[in-house]
Write a protein of this length. Structure first.
Length: 102
């Protein structure tokens, strides 16, 4: 189980910083890349406080269904500005926009 330490915060933010424009990752995907597969909620908590650590492209992280954060209505517009497409039900088209790091 991960703990919300500065090391964990900066690990998560360093991964988020790698997501290219026009792509998205899920909270679970970020947790897995960090080596903490079962900590998607903790990733969300880190991202909700990311402004305290600098400027990171947190808008490129969505839930496992491709849904934007309910408390952040600007997220969808930020993604649309990067040419991210949405499905007819309003979720990110993960098939075409999910980030696959190498």
């Amino acid at each position: 189980m991960a703990r919300l330490t500065n090391d964990f915060v900066f690990l998560i933010l360093s991964i988020v910083e790698e997501i290219p424009e026009g792509k998205v990752a899920t909270y679970g995907q970020i947790a897995e890349l960090a080596g903490f597969e079962r900590n998607a909620r903790l990733v969300g908590k880190v991202l909700s406080r990311a402004d305290f650590y600098g400027k990171y492209p947190c808008h490129r992280v969505v839930n496992s269904k491709g849904e934007c954060a309910k408390h952040w209505p600007a997220q969808k517009n930020l993604l649309k500005a990067e040419a991210v497409r949405f499905t007819s039900i309003g979720s990110v088209d993960l098939k075409n926009h999910r980030w696959e790091p190498e």
